[in-house]
Design a protein around this ligand. Structure first.
Ligand code: DAH
Length: 391
């Protein structure tokens, strides 16, 4: 327009041309505004509105292009054109906002209408998992022994025969090795010897002494494996190992510790223990620990001496003073450090405590059995609340 005015400095065209051009343009733009407003009115969704917004106000949108033309105008032209174009932009932008808000509100309404929840309906079935009695027992044992200053140690289930046998004073030719019905792996151990599934939790004694030195008070719960299967034996079962290493430790400490544990575990002070001489390669002397019980109405009731009339003894666990050689194998000086240890069958103890008669059912995964014997996740064993309490 600047050029036109220059080429026709005083003619009628000066007045006419710019007037005509802007008239034509503004009519066109007015039509486009009307069309846009009409399309907005008909837009059925927020995404339709968004498409219209991009067409008009997006980077390449027609209103944005229109805004750019302002830069090329004379100051004079801009004075009339700028408010007009900005007016167009404001009208379209406002209309877009309004339509978007209206559609969003309608979409929310529709969603709320479909997502109503009838709070008077009965609750759906809750998932019915339960805590396996073996897990529960392990937690009970950890709770009781933690109170006596023991910590929980663990070791690998895939062991080598040095930890599982040799360091526990069972050299290769030792007859006790044969008694363990061991599952061996075909490949040799990295440092020589054989790899196997640990046959007891006792190798954790060695690993812990070698790692932490002395003094020590640990229990080591875990899975163990033997090639054996009947109503009271499964190829995998659970043990809890115990180990105390300190100075001046003797059999009296062993007896007091196990007695205190069993009183807490069976929740009765009426516990009578019998230590019966036995043999384990890793303890010297070795004892088996029996507990006295009576049979009342066909059920075993703990308490009293097993020698009393109507009473009997029940074997609970193997135990003894840690053999000097074992302390040596673990890198400690047996003249300085002594200790006692025990090994307890967790599954068997659970059978006793809860009156189950077939060990195999522990590992069948039968939902009815788990429902009956399992515990709720809320049955946390605590000494204050009673370790055997069922919620
Ligand atoms: N490890 C033995 C077993 O599995 C149990 C055992 C007996 C562990 C006496 C001990 C112990 O720590 O002192 O048959």
């Amino acid at each position: 327009m600047h050029e036109i005015r220059k080429r026709h400095p005083k003619g009628w065209r000066f007045l006419f041309v710019p007037f005509k051009r802007s008239r034509i343009m503004s009519t066109e733009q007015e039509n486009q505004v009307t069309q846009t407003l009409e399309r907005l009115h008909q837009a059925a969704s927020v995404s339709d509105v968004e498409a219209i917004r991009v067409e008009a106000l997006g980077k390449q949108g027609w209103i944005s292009q229109l805004m750019k033309t302002l830069g090329k105008m004379t100051a004079e032209e801009r004075q009339t054109e700028a408010p007009r174009i900005q007016g167009i932009r404001a009208r379209v932008a406002d209309a877009i906002e309004d339509r978007k808000a209206a559609l969003e509100a309608a979409e929310l309404e529709a969603r709320l209408a479909t997502e109503t929840l009838d709070l008077t309906l009965p609750a759906p079935d809750a998932p019915r998992g339960s805590v396996h009695p073996v897990s529960q027992m392990m937690d009970e044992l950890a709770e009781i022994f933690a109170d006596m200053g023991f910590s929980v140690a663990t070791g690998p289930e895939i062991e080598d025969d040095w930890y599982n046998f040799t360091a526990l004073n069972m050299p290769e030719s030792h007859p006790a090795r044969a008694m363990h019905d061991t599952f061996y792996f075909p490949d040799p151990a990295p440092k020589g010897g054989k790899m196997l599934l640990r046959t007891h939790t006792s190798p954790v004694q060695i690993r812990t002494m070698m790692r932490d030195g002395a003094p020590l008070r640990i229990i080591a719960p875990g899975r163990v494996y033997r090639s054996d299967s009947d109503a009271t034996h499964t190829p995998m079962f659970h043990q809890v190992e115990g180990l105390v290493i300190d100075k001046g430790i003797h059999l009296g400490h062993l007896k007091w510790t196990l007695e205190t544990f069993l009183k807490a575990f069976f929740e009765t002070d009426d516990i009578v223990l019998r230590l019966r001489p036995s043999y384990f390669p890793f303890t010297e002397p070795s004892v088996e620990v029996d507990v006295g019980f009576a049979i009342v109405d066909g059920k075993r009731v703990l308490g009293g001496s097993g020698d009393a009339p109507g009473h009997a003894w029940m074997e609970l666990l193997g135990s003894g003073m840690v053999n000097r050689r074992v302390i040596e194998f673990a890198g400690l000086d047996p003249d300085e450090w002594q200790g006692f240890a025990w090994g307890l069958g967790v599954d068997r103890l659970a059978m006793l405590k809860y009156g189950m008669d077939d060990l195999r059912a522990f590992f069948d995964g039968d939902a009815r059995w788990l429902q009956h014997y399992g515990f709720s996740g809320l049955d946390q064993p605590t000494l204050s609340g009673g370790v055997g309490a069922k919620a």
